[in-house]
Design a protein around this ligand. Structure first.
Ligand code: CA
Length: 377
């Protein structure tokens, strides 16, 4: 009860400084009495704080979080007014999960693999090496039991989870020397966080984790030999083409990173069914819209990198990918043994992945291969 009273108080304060629409939403509206309508209609505005792991307006991710916040506000006619806080504005980025879990914030937009310190199982809900693509991941979440498992995992932390964006397949990264065999990874200083980094360490690379702002100077000075980031759109903006010779594809480590919205579970359970539907629908919409934006802008940015900056593209050879794939399988099996819930999620994920191998190879993969053949069109 204390929490709800606090929220109502905050809503009033917040609304005063916000838009006219919100202020109007706070007022009690008296309508003319008629037999069909109640004499007084009370419309409450509840302000929700959304913290994020992204810098303000960070292309694709930060802008997507803002779009999600705005969509919830619009869909509820301001009854839920979502105020977005960029990384560090309310809490440091990697404290977003705790803030939502303990009720300091109401919701977050981020990438759940950042919470692997809470449970290794969170990796499966963003991306894992040689894991699911964006489409496959959505299929697992909605039709393969993934969402139920995500909710079970979140329940232990007081958080309700939603998929709310996707970067699509990421790029392999920027390298200053060619990688012609798995041996070329030995001693390679590469920025690659998470399970991708752990996988590369298994084949001898010196994988490091660096925050976004330190990557460019580190690659420029030679402190690192290579780095992954996201894809052409974000990588072009960072200017990596100015300091790295080769742009490798594809990214085995993030085959379709799901971004997520986490909602304080108590708050979620107290929302009306209409408000729950508005939040869930807004997340589902942003999940698609962000994925579409990444695909559209990556295509444009790739052309710019090739035609204006003459970037040298390199494809990882099959024997390199097989060596990395074996190492990834080893890492995933170990992750799957962490604890009971992680094992359960790993088993579900693995079963779904095995089915996806068959269907995707004769549908999307086969079609896009054939479309790429030389013919007149
Ligand atoms: Ca990445």
């Amino acid at each position: 009860m204390e929490r709800r009273n606090f929220l109502r108080g905050a809503a009033t304060v917040g609304a005063l400084g916000a838009t006219a629409v919100v202020v109007a939403g706070c007022e009690e509206k008296t309508e003319e009495a008629s037999p069909a309508a109640p004499a007084v209609v009370t419309k409450k505005s509840q302000e929700l704080k959304m913290v994020t792991t992204w810098p303000k307006n960070f292309p694709g991710l930060g802008t997507g979080a803002q779009r999600l916040a705005d969509r919830i506000t619009t869909a509820t006619d301001g009854e839920l007014t979502v105020k977005l806080f960029a990384a560090g504005e309310m809490v440091p980025p990697f404290e977003s999960f705790d803030a939502v879990s303990n009720g300091t914030a109401d919701m977050y937009h981020g990438a759940d693999y950042y919470w692997q310190g809470k449970s290794k199982a969170y990796n499966f809900f963003t991306a894992v090496p040689f894991g699911l693509t964006a489409n496959e991941n959505d299929a697992w979440l909605h039709w393969g039991g993934g969402q139920e498992l995500w909710d079970e995992l979140g329940k232990g932390f007081g958080v309700k989870h939603f998929a709310a964006g996707n970067t699509g397949v990421q790029m392999g990264g920027w390298f200053n020397k060619e990688i012609n065999s798995p041996e070329d990874y030995k001693g390679l200083k590469i920025r690659m966080p998470g399970l991708g980094g752990e996988t590369l360490r298994r084949i001898g690379a010196a994988a490091v984790t660096l925050p976004g702002g330190e990557i460019f100077p580190s690659l420029q000075s030679g402190a690192i030999d290579a780095t992954e980031w996201v894809g052409p759109w974000n990588d072009l903006a960072f200017g990596f083409y100015k300091i790295a010779k080769y742009y490798y594809w594809p990214g085995f480590h993030e085959p379709g990173s799901t971004l997520s919205c986490g909602v304080n579970l108590k708050l979620w359970e107290d929302l009306s069914r209409a408000h729950q539907a508005a939040v869930a629908s807004a997340c589902a919409a942003e999940n698609n819209i962000m994925f579409a934006e990444f695909n559209a802008r990556n295509g444009d940015a790739l052309n710019t990198l090739l035609t204006e900056h003459n970037v040298q593209m390199r494809r990882f050879s099959d024997d390199i990918m097989i060596a990395i794939g074996n190492a990834a399988g080893e890492v995933m099996a170990e992750i799957g043994e962490t604890d009971a819930i992680t094992r359960k999620i790993y088993e579900s994920f693995r079963k779904f992945r095995a089915n996806s191998l068959g269907w995707t190879s004769i549908s999307e993969t086969a079609y896009t291969y054939m479309r790429g053949l030389e013919y007149t069109y």
